[in-house]
Write a protein that binds this ligand. Structure first.
Ligand SMILES: [Zn+2]
Length: 152
């Protein structure tokens, strides 16, 4: 690291000094010519770790029979694949792939299809936390059972 002002090799840490409005990294001698800047404050560590956001939004899963549901929904409306594609602003090839089961729509697209076709494509998935799972799996277990589990 060389001083940006005089070019001398700086031993150790260069000082930040403000000269004519610009901050330079300078040797201690040159630094005195300007206004020495304090070290930029280190990013303060957050006092507490943000706890992982609990999933407030329910998770969704696209139903397995999505291709049949979409096709039947579309046929009920007496729409061609082109009609449907136009209504959801997608390419016909997308509809083709969905209806043939070659492409599972993502949640966003599935929601769009649900609204447009008046169908149900998404299923709420129940997310059980590991804790709840443990509790429920131990429910009804006798102390002896638990001891056995612990012993392995
Ligand atoms: Zn210097």
């Amino acid at each position: 690291m060389r001083c940006e002002i005089c070019g001398t090799k700086i031993v150790g840490k260069p000082l930040r000094t403000k000269i004519e409005g610009s901050v330079m990294l300078a040797c201690p001698k040159c630094a005195k010519l300007g206004k020495i800047q304090r070290e930029p404050p280190k990013k303060a560590k957050p006092k507490f770790m943000k706890s992982r956001p609990r999933r407030s939004e329910p998770a969704y899963e696209v139903l397995e029979d999505y291709n049949i549901i979409v096709r039947e929904g579309r046929e009920k409306k007496v729409w061609s694949r082109e009609d449907l594609a136009e209504k959801i602003y997608e390419k016909v090839s997308v509809i083709n792939r969905i209806e043939s089961g070659r492409m599972m729509p993502d949640i966003k697209l599935a929601k769009k299809l649900e609204r447009t076709l008046n169908i149900k494509l998404l299923e709420k998935t129940e997310e059980t936390s590991a804790d709840e799972f443990r509790k429920s799996s131990l429910k009804g277990a006798t102390i002896g059972d638990i001891a056995r589990i612990k012993k392995g």
